[in-house]
Design a protein. Structure first.
Length: 377
């Protein structure tokens, strides 16, 4: 007989997986080995008491079953059952330890039922991930109940999966399945095939579109809403894998278009998040400084100054009004500025001893240049 493979090893949180694998492995080693591990009437007899070939065969099968179970246990699990010599007792003790008593199992079944009733597809979840999560819940319920007491039939599971799909993505497909002729007898495997075929078709069309015109692959109209995009899109994980596959074949223009598209979407989202911040010009909420209605009115009328680097309103002294159309006022302001500057320079040089009343002013050249500037003005 060919070797069926390595016997499974029991991990701390993987008893359900281990028990299924171990049952299959023991059955592959011989039908009598698995049966003796479930025989409640078997008891180990002294060697002298094994008087018939049937008793000898039972004991040999029991010892083989014990050896197989021990070989799949770690040190801590082995210490728990090392004192036992009957395969059925070892199997029962491990089962009771990991699955709990009947009361605990009943509580777990109710917990898993609530998880089943609240099951819904996650945003961007693929068909494989959806069915994997759903099957995990069913397996948990099945482990803690008798096979004949499984509360959900195959068709009921199909209906649950149909109504758990994201309607923004699968509404049209769900309606077509509900109206199909064989809906009343449809099974989970058939539903998976239909949904997987649709998902693969969407991925193929997206790939073909991405390899064609960049205007079709990457550009979308600004009038499309977020809900419309979700209806015609695939899962986020699929989109990321698609981008990775196509990225190497894109040219410089295509990469630039991809980058600008996502950057624009990110900027739009950030602008929406900043929509409740005040205007930097007037301090009011609801518009930006570029669209401020008081930008050209209040700044100089009221003598108030609004800093563009802060959204706080600063009030202070009235600033000198700048009227570039009136040369007289500008010349007067310029002369006053030069005069004050000259006085400050004179006081500075007098303080350091480089200027006296009888000596020539170090700022004479500056004064003359100022006069020439005034003449030009």
């Amino acid at each position: 007989m060919s070797h069926p493979g390595k016997d499974p090893f029991l991990s701390p949180d993987g008893y359900t997986y281990w028990s299924g694998r171990m049952r299959a492995y023991m059955q592959s080693q011989g039908e009598d080995i698995w049966e003796i591990s479930q025989n409640e009437t078997f008891a180990v007899l002294p060697v002298a008491g094994r008087t018939t070939p049937a008793l000898v065969a039972q004991h040999e099968a029991n010892f083989k079953a014990v050896n197989i179970i021990f070989s799949g246990l770690g040190p801590s699990e082995y210490e728990r059952v090392s004192h036992l010599t009957i395969a059925r007792e070892i199997w029962s003790l491990l089962k009771a330890h990991h699955e709990g008593t009947a009361t605990i199992k009943a509580w777990l079944v109710e917990t898993y039922r609530r998880e089943y009733e609240n099951f819904m597809q996650k945003s961007g979840e693929s068909v494989d991930d959806l069915f994997g999560r759903f099957q995990l819940i069913i397996n948990k319920i099945r482990v803690n109940t008798a096979p004949a007491e499984l509360p959900y039939s195959d068709h009921q599971q199909t209906v649950k999966l149909l109504y758990s799909l994201d309607p923004r993505v699968w509404e049209i497909k769900v309606n077509s399945i509900l109206e199909s002729a064989g809906y009343d007898d449809q099974k989970v495997e058939e539903l998976y095939s239909k949904l997987k075929a649709t998902e693969v078709d969407q991925q193929l069309r997206a790939t073909l579109t991405g390899s064609g015109s960049k205007s079709l692959a990457l550009a979308t109209t600004s009038r499309e809403s977020g809900a419309d995009l979700v209806l015609h899109s695939i899962s986020f994980s699929t989109l990321m894998s698609l981008i990775d596959e196509r990225l190497a074949s894109f040219g410089d223009e295509e990469l630039c278009l991809v980058s600008s598209r996502f950057q624009r979407a990110y900027d739009n989202r950030m602008n929406k998040k900043r929509g409740d911040k005040p205007c930097f010009e007037c301090g009011e909420i609801g518009h930006f400084i570029a669209d401020c209605p008081k930008k050209n009115q209040d700044n100089y009328k009221k003598g108030r100054h609004f800093s563009r680097d802060s959204d706080k309103h600063h009030s202070g002294k009235k600033h000198a009004k700048f009227r570039p159309s009136k040369r007289k006022d500008f010349r007067k302001a310029f002369k006053s500025y030069r005069k004050d500057n000259y006085k400050r320079d004179k006081a500075f040089f007098a303080e350091i001893g480089l200027y006296s009343d009888g000596s020539a002013s170090p700022m004479s050249s500056s004064s003359s240049s100022s006069s020439s500037s005034e003449e030009e003005i």
